[in-house]
Design a protein. Structure first.
Length: 389
């Protein structure tokens, strides 16, 4: 009886569920293709402050490194004692030259009167001689007197021209002295920030020595970046950049201003200048690195772990109604662990998060959705061969 009951009954077994698999949803997003750069902060333009006065003592220093100055601000003062003495002597020579010119002018007036008188006497002698009232000797004497008066007048005029020339020379010397005297007050040639100060109180100047001051014109600081040859070819003037400086928490926004026309011979690195409008208070020479935005790309993106390379083809395992379907993909930009999908998967489709050999075409699975970040990484994106084509 018991055996009959066992044979005649069927036991209901629970239905097996397909294995659970982590899946992600393909998303449409916009990512940026970037090139990484490293370098040092430099002044966009440096203005050097030197003096061409040799062996003049510095008697005052009125500016320090780091000061913000404007064009014409006094930076230092030199000893002007000897130059002031030269200026006083020049002023005395100028006064003497003016007196000499006045004296020559008086001589010209006297010579001119004597010449007029000699000519009148000559004319009278001619008239008297024609009437027979004057001897020939008298006429010859009048002629000689007239010639002497003319020579004296010409000589006086020449003396006047020489005195004027001497005065002009003295004036030119005075201007040169005044220029040297003005250079004893060392002024800022431009607006900006002082980067270096070599001027020392009591030191003697040298025309061939180092600059007394070095100024960053208008306080403009930029990044002098070194870029590998392959990446350098992708840069262009005007591209936006985000630069991090050691010790500063927030990045600086900038733009590529200049690309060097040649690569460095040994390292084959290219040099790029990136303007940083907000870096005016940073130290020149500070290390910095960052990224230059090359291109913004919009499309469908998947985590790199969802892709596999099989026989030279990039594939992904798409889950359709709980069934695995293997699709061949065309990929593009790779960045931040994400891959741009050119074709093969549409936005919104479900894809196995970790592609591998444990699943095959047609397998049934239970999808378990997980999230993944879509933020842009600080790493330089890599273009795959599909994107290059």
């Amino acid at each position: 009886m018991l055996a009959w009951l066992v044979v005649g009954c069927t036991v209901a077994m629970p239905e097996e569920r397909p294995p659970a698999v982590s899946v992600v949803t393909a998303r449409a997003s916009v990512l940026t293709d970037r090139v990484r750069v490293v370098g040092s902060l430099v002044a966009r333009e440096e203005s050097v402050v030197k003096v061409d006065l040799a062996d003049v003592r510095i008697v005052a220093v009125e500016a320090e490194a780091g000061d913000i100055v404007q064009r014409g601000d006094v930076l230092a003062r030199l000893d002007a004692t000897l130059i002031s003495i030269e200026q006083s002597a020049n002023a005395a020579r100028l006064a003497r030259a003016d007196a000499a010119i006045q004296q020559v002018e008086s001589q010209i007036e006297d010579a001119a009167l004597a010449h007029v008188q000699a000519r009148a006497d000559m004319e009278r002698s001619k008239q008297l001689s024609a009437k027979g009232f004057a001897a020939d000797e008298t006429l010859e004497l009048r002629q000689t007197t007239l010639k002497r008066a003319a020579s004296a007048l010409a000589l006086a005029k020449q003396s006047f021209w020489v005195a004027q020339a001497d005065r002009r020379v003295i004036i030119a010397e005075g201007q040169e002295i005044a220029a040297r005297l003005a250079r004893t007050v060392v002024k800022a040639p431009t607006d900006g920030r002082i980067l270096r100060r070599a001027a020392k109180l009591g030191a003697l100047t040298s025309a061939n020595g180092e600059p007394l001051f070095v100024i960053a014109e208008n306080g403009e600081i930029e990044l002098d970046a070194e870029v590998p040859e392959a990446d350098f070819a992708r840069l262009a003037v005007g591209q936006a950049a985000s630069i991090m400086v050691l010790g500063r928490g927030t990045p600086l926004e900038g733009r590529v201003r200049l690309l060097a026309p040649e690569l460095q011979a040994g390292s084959r690195l290219g040099r790029a200048r990136i303007s940083l409008p907000q870096a005016g208070n940073l130290s020149v020479g500070a290390f910095a690195r960052g990224e230059v935005d090359i291109e913004r790309r919009g499309g469908v993106f998947l985590p790199a772990t969802a892709l596999s390379d099989r026989a030279g083809r990039v594939t992904a395992q798409v889950v359709e109604d709980g069934t695995v379907v293997v699709r061949i993909l065309e990929t593009g930009l790779r960045t931040a662990g994400l891959v741009e999908i050119g074709s093969g998967v549409e936005a919104g489709e479900t894809v196995v998060l970790r592609a591998g050999n444990f699943l095959a075409e047609g397998d049934h699975v239970t999808p378990v959705g997980v999230d993944y970040p879509m933020s842009t990484s600080s790493e330089r994106p890599i273009l795959t061969s599909d994107a290059a084509q």
